[in-house]
Design a protein around this ligand. Sequence first.
Ligand code: MN
Length: 135
Amino acid sequence: MTKILLVEDNELNRDMLSRRLERRGFKIVLACNGRDGILTARSESPDLILMDLSLPEIDGWQATRLLKSAPDTEDIPILVLTAHALISDRERALRAGCDAFVCKPVDFDALLNKINSLVNRKAGVYDDDCQTVNR
Ligand code: MN
């Protein structure tokens, strides 16, 4: 069973996404802030991390950077969930080492496709389907 760590501080988003993913057969572990996200990634070794960006304690950019620079977690794909459609925010997430984006509100079928691609290590997962907003 594919194990996904969902790092999301918004309770409604967390409940909705975890229920929908569980219905599709994924095992879900949860964290409500970036610090717990890092600790849970280390203890649970998930197959993939769904990472919100705006998070308390440690934000999603920093959590991504820390996970991708640690030998025990660097190989876990990180799919960033972002309401941040600004180019600069997404570039920051890419520089932090995330593998792909999904924009909020989440298109669930697109999310499933990206999860499956990342878990199966297919090439060309990163695509640019977020609406781009210029400052
Ligand atoms: Mn958030």
